[in-house]
Design a protein around this ligand. Sequence first.
Ligand SMILES: *Cc1c(COP(=O)(O)O)cnc(C)c1O
Length: 430
Amino acid sequence: MTDAPSYGFDTLQIHAGAKPDPATGARQTPIYQSTAYVFRDAEHAAALFNLQEVGFIYSRLTNPTVAVLQERLATLEGGAGAVCCSSGHAAQIMALFPLMGPGCNVVASTRLYGGTVTQFSQTIKRFGWSAKFVDTDDLDAVKAAIDENTRAVFCESIANPGGYVTDIRALADVSDAAGIPLIVDNTSATPYLCNPIAQGASLVVHSTTKYLTGNGTVTGGCVIDSGNFDWSANDKFPSLSEPEPAYHGLKFHETFGPLAYTFHGIAIGLRDLGMTMNPQAAHYTLMGIETLSLRMQRHCENARKVSQWLENDDRVDYVTYAGLPSSPYFERAQACYPKGTGGLFTFAVKGGYEACIKLVDSLEIFSHVANLGDTRSLIIHSASTTHRQLTPDQQEAAGASPNVVRVSIGIEDADDLIRDLDQALAKACG
Ligand SMILES: *Cc1c(COP(=O)(O)O)cnc(C)c1O
């Protein structure tokens, strides 16, 4: 199918990038479980290695099943190209890799997935990169944090988990003015609820592990390039604008135009970092995406019902969900995320740490796991698990105070979820 822009989201989530297998007519995208691909002849091989012809060489770089997923995600996000990776965290490194060098920094939102905070504040230092964390609601603070070595601004659309939603347009205006790309982690929103590129973002990253795959089967990630950023407008991105020594002096931007960043990601990023998605994972994720809009509608509807019920319950102190009128981000959510604000939120239990522990141990439908974006409802008590190494101050700043639990509301019957929470709160709060 030609991916005409006139097709709606529900059609594209099933068809974009895919067509019946030319060899067999198989209607579902086959899992091309092959490491290498036979060259037609030596000339064909040379053209592929010179990037003069697009095709398949070796599955660390490209694979036909993964390529379908890349095209589908690029289409759903309105991007020019996409590179799939082995996990969401791999995608974040791959997103920064063409932009950064030793001494460069990224200005990042303080409201990020905990694992990203660790990756950015600790691990990337090994590459000579660094991150400066700022409150992205304070646009002046973002401007002030950007210096001559800043190569990107990084945020999440719907931030995991504190009921926070980003004003992407406002942040994109700041990064545009500074001549650097805005990278948006769109994992919690998915392209169904938010299109960061349409709001001015240059690059989008996903943990496809979560809602895109949708049922907790495989880890994966993706970087999507809008194709809109002018890598040659200043001298900040020599890997894209100047001869790239890692690819015999190829000038990626001049040669590939809007696909420069995507080609760099494959030809150098995947080639040398090897954070490749495997075709089995791509298959599961393609399956998941076929029902993305239906699931997201139900995740949002259930999260609204469950959060409302919790907010009105005496045993609950507060609920942070941007879909509730009581949220400080409710109006922004209505304006920027009109289809809904996803299935994640936190709530505080009056009995504190002990009550939270009893709550997670008493639930029957909810699973106590470190994951989100599953068809099943999930819960985690961050203070005793993912955030237990942090000081009380750090826990509070991360929205992971001892009296707070995070839920990822699934697509079960909302009434059953409410009944489950009711019985577990009864046990937890005596
Ligand atoms: C899970 C997650 C990641 C990391 O993705 P992995 O697939 O677990 O590596 C990054 N950002 C957000 C918002 C996430 O939820």
